[in-house]
Design a protein around this ligand. Structure first.
Ligand code: AGP
Length: 605
């Protein structure tokens, strides 16, 4: 999704802007651009190709400057086209980059058109540029402060003006924006990763803040104009120079990193106590009466698995809700509920808004399970569990999901211990199982050649059904999401018992059905559901435990998993489904790491 980077320094900052854009590429974008104050005045260059294309044009033009702003755009208002790419100009003297959506842009556009401003793009961002321009009388900071008071919606902006080439002004409301400080200059960005290797101290802006950067100074004021005295914090930003190595795609690499990710997560974990979730956790967890999980997409499915664990192991009532639904309804809440947000990026606008909403309803016991330490969600939550998945580049989340599952399982056992439902012996058995996961995951990856054979057949289809029961139902949902988002095959997941209540009507010879059949209490039920599909001519692809009583036969293709892994089996079953989506997408020639229309961090609603 959109990304911002800006810099003001003693030296030429164009390479820093380009490098920042490259680091933001993983978020997904359809155009990019920079605007700098050079010796010739305000200069802008934009591209609807990759950042590397913009870079070669900038080099050819020998563009140099000590201050400027840059952007990767993920289209919301207006098609991906040069005229809609940021930075947006006003009066050829002022440039703006913007993440987010301005909800009252039509009214502002009418007003500014009546005042004589000509609009050349279809974006809401151009409204911001003209609005600031209309309020500018030599003081850019004052003009931005006045302008943002008129904006409704979510935004993070960075603005430059050719009259004051040594100044960048920024503002945020609902979209992440931070300042990076360094010896030789100051930076602004929507994601700390953009400033890897450039800044070593970070100041996270709050909603309503407006800031002004020069190469030596940082000024921040709140919505009410009060100066903010927060010191920039030292945060180690992970080096995002991610190498593909021998892998074809980041998604494949990230699938194969899962044994190491889980090993890293479990390193040093010898007991499952609240302290594992941070110093504030013992007080946060004490006396909770329920758990409310809020998340989107794959993280939501991790939450659905966690519900089974939390209710079965910790015996605590757990609700899981899609964040974009929760934030707009009137939920019946408990002040003693533990609100858990799950997010790989920690920036997902809907999850952040749902968290703030829960807090506004008096739900102050909050825990976030997040993969990005510098993210807004981590800043906002009292208690944090940082997953150790490392930077995830592929838009399709894989290793972050596995890391979330491990964290949530540990949470369930921890709460079970606290609430007296898990004995010390049981805890040590769970720990043993957890520590066995990396090796089990490695065996899962060895199934790849068998999965490739399935993928070749699946790639010819346009629809697929995924079936699971109990703990495996969310895994089926995740398998279907993976397949649709990267291969563009329409896929749906159902609890297998629900099949005969509607979706069975879709089953013909052309409908592949992927079924998850662990060797558990639901095995016989799943086998009956598979027969229902076979009776209608459907081809069934079964992932089964080693000892499951099901064998390959006409129309039923079985891949055997190494062994049944009890309550942690969702972590294992996820892997072949990730590989299936990956290889199916490759066979269809899809751009696996950058699926159409999608972004890595969804920072707009
Ligand atoms: C996963 O493959 C997706 N691309 C998407 O559903 C993602 O999980 C969702 O947008 C939530 O993101 P988050 O974990 O960063 O909050």
């Amino acid at each position: 999704m959109c990304g911002i980077v800006g810099a003001v320094a003693r030296e030429n900052i164009v390479p820093a802007l380009v490098e920042g854009l490259r680091r933001l590429e993983y978020r997904g974008y359809d155009s990019c651009g920079v605007a700098v104050n050079s010796a010739r005045g305000l200069e802008r260059m934009r591209s609807i190709e990759r950042v590397s294309h913009l870079d070669s044009r900038l080099r050819r033009a020998r563009l140099e400057s000590a201050s400027g702003i840059a952007h990767t755009r993920w289209a919301t208002h207006g098609a991906p086209a040069i005229r809609n790419a940021h930075p947006m100009l006003s009066g050829d003297a002022l440039a703006v980059v913007h993440n987010g959506i301005i909800e009252n842009y039509e009214a502002l556009r009418d007003e500014l058109s009546n005042a004589g401003y000509a609009f050349v793009s279809q974006t809401d961002t151009e409204v911001i540029a003209h609005l600031i321009h209309s309020l500018y009388d030599g003081d850019l900071f004052a003009a931005v402060r006045e302008a943002v008071q008129r904006l409704r919606g979510a935004y993070a902006i960075a603005v430059v003006h050719e009259d004051t080439p040594h100044i960048i002004v920024g503002a945020r409301e609902g979209s992440p924006l931070l300042i990076g400080a360094a010896e030789d200059g100051n930076f602004i960005a929507s994601d700390a990763l953009a400033l890897t290797g450039r800044a070593d101290r970070f100041l996270f802006l709050d909603d309503g803040d407006v800031c002004e950067l020069t190469r030596d100074t940082i000024r921040v004021v709140t919505r009410n104009g009060e100066p903010v005295e927060r010191e920039p914090q030292r945060i180690s930003v992970e080096n995002s120079a991610v190498e593909l190595g021998s892998y074809r795609h980041y998604m494949q690499k990230e699938i194969f990193e899962q044994p190491e990710v889980v090993a890293a997560t479990l390193r040093g974990v010898e007991a499952l106590t609240p302290e594992l979730f941070g110093d504030a956790a013992p007080a946060t967890f004490d006396g909770i009466d329920s758990v409310q999980i809020l998340a989107c997409g794959t993280s939501y499915y991790a939450g659905l698995v966690a519900k089974y664990w939390l209710e079965t192991i910790a015996k605590i009532k757990t609700d899981v809700e899609i964040a974009s639904e929760y934030r707009y309804r009137e939920p019946v809440t408990s002040r003693r509920a533990l609100v858990v947000t799950i997010s790989q990026s920690g920036e997902t606008a809907d999850t952040l808004a749902a968290l703030k909403y829960a807090q506004s309803l008096g739900q102050t016991r909050t825990l976030t399970v997040c993969n990005v330490p510098s993210s807004a969600m981590v800043q906002l939550c009292g208690t944090r569990y940082l997953t150790r998945a490392g930077q995830e580049v592929g838009v399709a989340s894989t290793k972050a999901f596995t890391a979330q599952l491990v964290a949530l399982f540990m949470l369930a056992v921890t709460l079970g211990r606290e609430r007296g439902h898990v004995t010390a012996l049981r805890e040590s058995q769970y720990l043993q199982q957890l520590h066995g996961l990396p090796q089990m995951l490695t065996s899962m990856l060895e199934l790849e050649p068998q999965i490739v054979a399935w993928a070749t057949r699946l790639a010819e289809k346009e629809n697929a059904l995924f079936l699971g029961r109990g703990l495996q139902y969310p895994v089926a949902l995740e398998g279907a999401l993976k397949l649709k988002e990267i291969s563009y095959i329409h896929a749906e997941a159902y609890p297998a018992g629900e099949l005969k209540h509607g979706p069975l009507a879709l089953v013909t010879e052309a409908m592949p059905v992927i079924a998850i059949v662990p060797d558990d209490a639901m095995q016989e039920k799943m086998k009956s559901n598979i027969q229902e599909v076979r009776a209608r001519g459907g081809q069934v692809y079964v992932l089964a435990d080693k000892d499951a009583q099901i064998a390959s036969e006409e129309g039923i293709h079985v891949i055997r998993m190494p062994a049944h892994y009890g309550p942690l089996s969702p972590v294992l079953y996820t892997v072949p489904l990730q590989l299936l989506a990956y290889h199916t997408a490759c066979t269809r020639g899809a751009d696996v790491d950058k699926p159409r229309n999608l972004a890595k961090s969804v920072t707009v609603e």
